[in-house]
Ligand binder design. Sequence first.
Ligand code: PRP
Length: 177
Amino acid sequence: MDSQPKPQILLTRQEIEATVSRLATEITGEYHDKHPLLIGVLKGSFMFMADLIRLLDFPLEVEFIGVSSYGKGSQTSGKVKVVQGLRSPIKGGNILVIEDIVDTGLTTAFLLDYLRKKKPASLKLCVLTDKPSRRQIPVTIDYLGFTVPDKFLVGYGLDLDEKFRNLPDICFLEGEN
Ligand code: PRP
């Protein structure tokens, strides 16, 4: 058995629930009559997306895109690529991108640029956790859950080498960066 660092809780499931609820209220205010397409960025956003959309009581559609910049380990490779494409049309749609975390900003900046080229009517970004201290490229976040410190986060969809996504709290791992 490989030894794993013990995750320490940074944001409890109750804090996450309250914040997702606040974001749902904000998003409802803007999108209740706009029939948006929410695009979750795989894999990390799946849990956030699932909790968020259950609180959105208006017509919407859900899509996922796979974008990858991290290989094994906790350092970004700096090279972003689409590893699973979209099946829904983007042109003319009101697109809301759902991200679990913005760190260097490379993934999100690439993705927003990729989507913008498909000519949506509107394009906005909802992010659960933002780590601005690590930013390499500016990213405008329209709906933000938490600003987090420069620690390696896991849980609530976030992973280290595909592990820990199932933790219900957002945790940090000592010794990783
Ligand atoms: C994570 C996260 C973001 C990205 C943020 O994805 O979900 O998409 O990294 O990092 P950045 O701001 O430095 O680009 P990851 O590539 O780890 O894939 P995953 O969601 O499948 O875990």
